[in-house]
Design a protein around this ligand. Structure first.
Ligand code: AMP
Length: 569
């Protein structure tokens, strides 16, 4: 029976996804009298053009010079690009690949492709040739927009990607490389031919906007398909989780080819942040130069790039007077890195967790009032965790039988996540074992959650070391070792042991001019990890194998040490 006061209101039937609280099909729901305003990317662009047209976007170009323009100019050129895409015959639902660094032309693709209801497929240039042709074919890329320096990568796999109709090189006509790529066009020439008027249309916010493939540490990479709604909500959520304000000037070091640049290209349009894009130069000196010259207050990157910055700062004696916050994500941050930010450079470190399947961050390091009241070291302890679940990214930890474990900071199990920005399936329905009943996605991470709601990853399921039936966390062990003053980097893998099944081997990269003193490293570990976790051996390596996203590739490291056995075993 509908109450009289509702008779003039539109009524609708709730059709919640099956995994939410059960509803009776007969239940009627009153619809709110709010506008149906879609959460779509072109709306972000028109908003930015209207409300912060003069805000700068600064890019370091491949040519080495600094390019500056504004959100108004981004919007104008994105409209030209939308016209160019139409001219190329790129239609709604078509997928277009990008192989590009963080720069203004990539930004234009980030807006024009979803804005025309086609999809960007951001391709990681560090993929192997096999993986490169695999993802291009799997996503059915119609065109590929490619940075001039990556043209040879495509030439190398040209025979294996017959479905691609043409290639657009992100440069001026004068910089067009000589290439064997058929139908190769110059981006600037293509744009110059186009009118800068284009009417963005509205459409359903659940429309697909982009694709990014998982790192593919096992098997083939899998395609994650983002919706407009997920990207817009997630951009909004990142501002909350990472405490980015309208006054910040933002430098995403995390590449736009990896997990939507943690949505920073959309955050900046939403808040009106000056956006600084570093191009290909991610070494310490280049990053420092941008941080300093552009007075960047917020930046985000993986631990490897922060370590390169620290090495540069240590050598040069420079400091970070402008930077206020540094988000560290993508891999575990050692405590020494957080402390260096806080104590040496007066920067607030923000250790966040996320994955390709969560659109960007799923947890972030908010300091609750309760933690703050316990003092500075408690704040640092909380930052050492991967932070608290963001609203919309529900987290839980379960045992092997799927039963939820208590949030006690001790009970470790598989980390599951669900929410508005979490994948519900992979492209073409591949590999469904991660998608569990109730909308839960199995992250493959092993974690605990404490009573204050802070998530702490203890390992990737496949990187854990099982010694005598007990688990050793390779992450905790390598993070503890990484703080040793002679070491530039550290990674731990399990090596076969006849008695214990597996024991840890610590592989270290030495800082320039330092020699490995094994006893000193072991001594350093005392009190930081349990004695039985101590590595059975420590070896020096010239470098650690880095994956396409700047994380140590444990598989490749294990491969390097395939024939290794512990001394005396
Ligand atoms: P990707 O999909 O390539 O971004 O990789 C996601 C994986 O990176 C996660 O499942 C974690 O294993 C790892 N990861 C991301 N952020 C963190 C973090 N803050 N600490 C530890 N591991 C992380």
């Amino acid at each position: 029976m509908v109450p009289a006061w509702l008779e003039s209101s539109p009524l609708g039937r709730l059709t919640p996804p099956a995994f939410f609280t059960a509803h009776n099909d007969e239940d009627m729901a009153v619809l709110g009298l709010m506008q149906d305003f879609p959460l779509i990317i072109p709306r972000l662009l028109t908003y930015a053009e209207r409300f912060h047209p003069d805000t700068e976007i600064v890019s370091r170009r491949l040519e080495g010079d600094i390019h500056r323009y504004t959100f108004a100019e981004l919007a104008r050129r994105s409209r030209q690009l939308a016209n160019a895409l139409e001219k190329l015959g790129v239609a709604a639902c078509d997928v277009v690949g990008t192989i590009a660094w963080n720069g203004y032309r990539h930004m234009e693709l980030y807006y024009a492709l979803p804005g025309t209801q086609s999809l960007y497929h951001t391709i990681n240039p560090r993929l192997s040739a096999d993986q490169l042709s695999y993802v291009i074919n799997h996503a059915e890329d119609q065109y590929i927009f490619v940075e001039a320096m990556f043209v040879p990568l495509l030439e190398n796999v040209l025979e294996d990607i017959p479905g691609v109709k043409g290639f657009v090189v992100l440069c001026e006509e004068s910089d067009m490389p000589t290439t064997t790529l058929p139908n190769a066009m110059c981006y600037e020439t293509l744009l110059a031919e186009q009118c800068d008027e284009y009417q963005w249309r509205d459409f359903d916010e659940n429309t697909a906007a982009g694709i990014c493939y998982t790192s593919g540490t096992t098997g083939n990479p899998k395609g994650v398909v983002y919706s407009h709604r997920a990207l817009v909500l997630q951009a909004m959520n990142s501002t909350i989780g990472l405490e980015i304000t309208t006054r910040d000037s933002v430098l995403p070091i995390v590449p736009m080819f990896h997990v939507n640049g943690w949505t920073m290209p959309y955050v900046a349009a939403m808040l009106g942040n000056k956006l600084v894009l570093p191009g290909k130069d991610l070494d310490g000196a280049s990053v420092y130069e941008l941080l300093d010259n552009e007075q960047v207050t917020f930046s985000a990157g993986v631990p490897t790039v922060w370590q390169m910055l620290f090495d540069y700062l240590e050598q040069s004696g420079n400091t970070l007077p402008h930077l206020k916050k540094a988000c560290i994500g993508g891999a575990a941050a050692p405590r020494s890195m957080l402390e260096t930010f806080r104590d040496v450079y007066d920067v607030d470190p923000q250790h966040a967790w996320g994955m390709t399947e969560t659109t960007s961050i799923g947890s972030a390091p908010s300091t609750t009032a309760r933690v703050a009241a316990r003092g500075e070291e408690s704040i640092m302890d909380a930052k050492m965790t991967q932070g608290r679940s963001l609203f919309g990214a529900e987290l839980k930890v379960v045992n092997d039988e799927g039963a939820e474990l208590p949030m006690d900071g001790k009970s470790a199990g598989s980390l599951l996540v669900r929410g508005w920005a979490v994948s519900s399936a992979y492209l073409k329905g591949e590999s469904s074992k991660e998608f569990l009943p109730g909308g839960w996605f199995d992250t493959g991470d092993v974690a605990v959650i404490n009573a204050d709601g802070y998530l702490q990853l203890t390992d990737r399921a496949k990187d854990m070391i099982k010694s005598g039936g007990e688990w050793i966390s390779s992450i905790d062990l390598e993070n503890a070792a990484a703080g040793h003053p002679d070491l530039a980097a550290a990674a731990v893998i399990g090596i076969y042991h006849p008695k214990w099944d597996e024991r840890p081997l610590l592989a270290v990269v030495m800082k320039p001019g330092r020699e490995l003193d094994k006893q000193s490293v072991l001594h350093f570990l005392e009190g930081k990890v349990a004695k039985w976790w101590f590595p059975d051996d420590i070896v020096t390596v010239v470098d650690l194998p880095m994956g396409a996203t700047g994380k140590v590739q444990k598989n490749a490291l294990r491969e390097r040490f395939r024939n290794y056995s512990f001394p005396g075993v």
